[in-house]
Ligand binder design. Sequence first.
Ligand SMILES: [Zn+2]
Length: 367
Amino acid sequence: MTRHNTVILFRIARHTCVEKLANVPSRMILQKVKITNHTRVPGERFSGPLYRVILTLALALSALFTNCRMTQQTDQQPTSTPQVVTNRENDPLQIHRRAIAIDMHADTTQRLVDERLDLAARLTDGHFDTVRAREGGLDAQFFSIWVEPQLFGGGGPGAQKRADDQITAVRELTERQPQTWALAVSASDINRITSEGKIAALMGLEGGYAIDERLENVERYYHLGVRYMSPAWSVSTSWAGSSNDEIGQTRGLNDFGRTVIREMNRLGMMVDVSHVSDKTFWDIINTSSKPIIATHSGCRAIANVRRNLDDEMIRAIAKGRGVVCVLFYPAFLEPAGRKKRRRSMRRLHQWWKRRQRKRPVTWPIKR
Ligand SMILES: [Zn+2]
């Protein structure tokens, strides 16, 4: 099967299974770009070719699965809805199977470290494992290297060790299951690995805590295989504001932060704006010479939370040939998502207490 003429990027929200994506409303369709058969997607470094892969082509996963439902439930549609004639060219599943589908952010990495999780088998909890990744047609997975600053420090050896442990865990995953996974650090790696029928494993650093305010650490993580970094997660760093705390309301990038962005540009490490404050976002737009990405963000016009992007931001990313990858997380997807989130969090909290009684673990729950 020829499967490299289209690339679809998507973000599966943490613990969200592919089956559930069928419920994503069609209004979340951001963009869908089909490239021609002669378009090449080679490359050795992310600064050039992978950017082109990612930024030339992009996502319509919600459309994909919404359309899946449409084809399966045609008899339930109102008569006023125009019928969609499905052929090989526009059949969502056909497109999906032909495409190289990349999930830009999975938080399963922490479970690999803390629970020594074996992804080879279908898990009874969470929503990510090799079996379901295969079933869902996933071709490449960016594993999030996430440091919870309140537990491991907003810098220093603790933060660095936490990041390094996760990187080791991803590498070990590819070594333990070489028939399924292979480490990728370039677009050409992804092409080669997917053509061998394997899933490419990539890494992105979520929050710049692990670089410990030292520029040389950006290169260190690049050499360890990290190919994107968001300057801040939910807690602001000294050099970049987060969308989640008070400091972030006024903090953008300082001089060091701008230097970090330029260093990432130089190395070929993508800049991820998911989680950063508005001020930091615009400072990044004005500093980066390369297209930027939002690996897991929603639309503020639909769900008005600071964590999402407003229309002006989305336009700015598109203007720079960047990509927004949708976050399939109800609180950031739906207009009333926050209320539902509170209900969900109550249920999650109850589940967490039950789980802790059975099998205590220490890894934190992400927001
Ligand atoms: Zn996140």
